[in-house]
Design a binder for this molecule. Sequence first.
Ligand SMILES: [Ca+2]
Ligand SMILES: [Ca+2]
Length: 202
Amino acid sequence: MKKILTLTLALAPMLALAGPSLGQNLVHNGSFEANSLIGGQWTTYKSLSGWTIGNNQIELRNNVAGSAFDGKNFAELDVYGNSSISQAIATIAGQWYELSFSYANRADSNKGAKSNGLGWSFAGLSGEVGKNTATNWTTFSTRFQGTGKLETLSFSALGTSDGYGTSLDKVSVNAVPEPTSLALMAGGLLAMGLVSRRKKQA
Ligand SMILES: [Ca+2]
Ligand SMILES: [Ca+2]
């Protein structure tokens, strides 16, 4: 038991430190703050730092038809019709990552749920969110392993192409500890607790 405990405690910090720095957002301009907008302003863009923009541009807003989930700006992808954004992100094979983003629907839209929705895809995963009329920000997150290749993170507007759609903010991809090292560290902490309890009892 003592040997296993010593090994676990010795390995835990090494596992935690291995790989890329954890907690660093790999998405460039993921919160759409690179452009300065004053409160109450909205603008459409054909290009945006970090992102490749689809044919129908992207709309950034600062306190117009909702407010940002993070910082001042947020994005909408149904601009002059359904559009899309994407960016390539290098991943390390086997490294665990968490993709996270927040989305909300417009309170000033009378187009109904069929107008809303965002599709996302990254590293072989994909999904759809926001196909409703909920106007509160909701955060979606999922974990996956890197492939060692450049992977394209993309978002696209779903629903009727009518200028009203689902907003997007705080997009992030972070390296996270692999689940087994988390379990190992938790095991190490538990073992430390048991040892200190035994010491107290003795
Ligand atoms: Ca933001
Ligand atoms: Ca729409």
